[in-house]
Write a protein that binds this ligand. Structure first.
Ligand code: HEC
Length: 109
């Protein structure tokens, strides 16, 4: 764990000062750019863009959704979803964005 922490710290240190470990705004942009074709990605969007793809608000509400589960899901090819080859950072950002759509207490956990 210690080694991971040091590695993360060195990655974060080369990023712009305003970039936190996870960036919800960046995640929102990624979602709008890459995911909105199939998913309803906005907090107040009514109805999914595509019937088979669950809206991000629905994904956020699912008990099984965690930062770890999103990380695994987005790191592995999952047809019919295209393999985006998102970077670890993009995955962290888009996961943070999805979790930010979760309502009420427990937000982001
Ligand atoms: C080409 C259409 C398409 C695009 C683009 C797409 N998805 Fe999906 N996504 C789907 C479909 C269809 C499912 C349902 C798959 C299933 O249930 O097996 C899904 C499921 C998911 C799930 C899992 C929900 C669950 O049940 O656990 C997540 C998380 C997800 N998508 C995130 C994303 C993110 C993040 C992006 C953008 C980087 C994205 N998707 C782009 C079609 C798409």
């Amino acid at each position: 764990m210690r080694a991971v922490g040091i590695a993360l710290a060195s990655i974060v240190s080369v990023l712009p000062a305003n970039a936190g470990a996870q960036d919800i705004e960046a995640g929102h942009r990624i979602a709008a750019m890459w995911c909105a074709k199939c998913h309803a990605v906005e907090a107040r969007q009514t109805g999914p863009a595509l019937d088979v793809a669950p809206p991000f608000t629905t994904i956020a509400r699912m008990k099984s959704t965690t930062a770890a589960s999103l990380n695994v899901f987005l790191s592995t090819p999952h047809p019919p979803m295209p393999d985006f080859s998102l970077t670890r950072r993009e995955i962290a950002d888009v996961s943070a964005y999805i979790l930010s759509l979760r309502p009420g207490p427990g937000k982001g956990t």
